[in-house]
Write a protein that binds this ligand. Structure first.
Ligand SMILES: NC(=O)c1ccc[n+]([C@@H]2O[C@H](COP(=O)([O-])OP(=O)(O)OC[C@H]3O[C@@H](n4cnc5c(N)ncnc54)[C@H](OP(=O)(O)O)[C@@H]3O)[C@@H](O)[C@H]2O)c1
Length: 433
């Protein structure tokens, strides 16, 4: 029997428990495919007495997580603790410094410290893999690193947060408002008790930063990403989008600047997606990523973006690669060879946009808004004023612009800033082309 790949598991929560169940269930077929068995030789979590639905008595327990990195009987540490910094990062650093492999599902840590960790992995000649960090069970990192490797990627975009997608598609199906559906998502376990990371777009932005680095062969750049979440979307916006033939999805998108290939545009923002687009059919907590290669054309990766089974599937796929000796540079290209792409100039972007104004119901308001559009050179394709008034005498004015520079819309909003007619800042959502 060939030598097993010896694994230490840090974190025995949703994903850690899933990894144990998967290895226990599929161990024999994995050993055949990997050419050697995967063996869990140590585990660690905070609370040893917690019932995790798996029998842990056969796995040696380590009280101090960082000691997993020092154990002579461990080849690979699997970090499933979470958090960009703190114990997860300390463990990752120690593991790679000790020359051991590291597999992680931790998108926050990779988005913030991925380059440092990749450098450490390269210096130590140790594998670093993070398939599960992006879109759960979908093998999109593998798809980009291997399947699309021959292409120049022109654009990568997708639905990267299952919580947001669940909320938006439920709002769409039921006509209910954001707060109400968020509460339901929390009760059903689709949203965290503190949902900020998801609904404000940060989680999707972590994943997009990782995807963009791999797709464009560039240094990961989370800091310059533009991020907007879904918390300002109202049932009326969803209804308006539907009337126009669109659905609303939180989209993370990265592409080269239209006028300067040395710059990268990265943004997470709710967008209007045409009903005929494959992303419009992505419902519930599902994730989907579209990669457009210059020879492959448009590819769609779709599946469960979270959950114990799908995420464990991605973690163990990484372990199988390591067992087979298939590693390579963590970001496909060695860190020193990654390009440094400056943030794109937003004034270069063109497109159509949906704008929604919430205004006090009095004469002249519409004229004020349309005048600002005219003065900023924004051409309006359609405009709808909602007849429905709620208690405050508030009226919604929604419009879609013709194709034009995004900077025009930004200028129009500047002109309206401080207007006594607006009851809240306007909501802008690009139309996905
Ligand atoms: N859940 C998903 O569907 C999913 C999908 C993709 C990626 N991920 C990523 O996978 C990672 C794990 O997520 P999860 O959902 O499995 O989290 P989780 O259920 O909260 O589990 C975290 C585990 O880490 C342990 N832990 C926390 N701090 C520790 C410390 N200081 N020392 C030792 N153990 C510690 C916890 O121990 P106790 O159990 O004893 O408290 C728990 O077992 C995160 O990076 C997450 O972003 C999760």
């Amino acid at each position: 029997m060939p030598e097993p790949l010896r694994i230490a598991l840090a974190g025995l929560g949703t994903v850690g428990g899933g990894v144990i169940r998967l290895i226990e269930t599929n161990g024999a077929l994995i050993a055949r495919r990997a050419g050697r068995p995967l063996e869990i030789v140590a585990v660690c979590a905070r609370d040893r007495s917690k019932d995790r639905g798996v029998d842990l008595s056969r796995y040696p327990w380590e009280d101090d997580m960082t000691l997993l990195a020092e154990r002579a009987d461990v080849d690979v540490v699997v970090e499933l603790v979470g958090g960009a910094d703190g114990p997860a990062l300390a463990l990752a650093r120690r593991t790679l410094a000790a020359g051991k492999g590291l597999v992680t599902a931790n998108k926050a840590m990779i988005a913030h410290h991925g380059l440092e960790l990749a450098q450490a992995a390269e210096a130590a000649g140790a594998p670093l893999k993070f398939e599960a960090a992006v879109a759960g069970g979908i093998p999109v990192i593998k798809g980009l690193r291997e399947g699309v490797a021959a292409n120049a990627v022109e654009r990568i975009y997708g639905i990267l947060n299952g919580t947001c997608n669940y909320i938006l598609s439920t709002m769409e199906r039921t006509g209910r408002d954001f707060g109400d559906v968020l509460k339901e998502a929390q009760d059903l376990g689709y949203a965290e008790a503190d949902p900020a990371f998801d609904i404000e777009g940060t989680d999707a932005a972590h994943k997009l930063a990782i995807l963009a680095a791999i797709a464009f062969g560039s240094r990961i750049d989370f800091e310059s990403m533009a991020i907007a979440g879904i918390n300002r979307i109202r049932a009326a916006d969803i209804g308006q989008a539907a009337a126009l033939g669109y659905v609303i999805r939180l989209i993370g998108l990265a592409e080269h600047d239209a006028d300067d290939a040395g710059r990268l545009f990265q943004r997470v923002q709710p967008c209007l997606v045409p009903r005929a687009h494959p992303l419009a059919a992505v419902d519930g907590p599902t994730n989907a990523v579209v990669a457009e290669g210059n020879f492959s054309g448009r590819l769609l990766f779709q599946g469960a973006g979270a959950g114990d089974g799908p995420t464990a599937s991605a973690v163990v796929a990484d372990l199988i690669d390591i067992a087979r000796g298939l590693t390579g540079a963590p970001f496909s290209v060695p860190v020193d060879a990654l390009e440094t792409l400056a943030p794109a100039d937003p004034s270069h972007r063109e497109g159509r946009a949906y704008l929604r104004f919430t205004v006090t119901d009095r004469p002249g308001v519409l004229a004020e808004i349309t005048a600002a559009m005219r003065d900023a050179g924004v051409s309006i394709e359609s405009l709808i004023q909602h007849g429905r008034h709620d208690e405050g005498g508030e009226v919604l004015v929604a419009m879609v612009t013709h194709e034009g520079p995004e900077s025009g819309v930004a200028r129009a909003l500047e002109l309206l800033e401080g207007s006594a007619s607006l009851t809240e800042p306007p909501l802008v959502m690009p139309l996905l082309a």
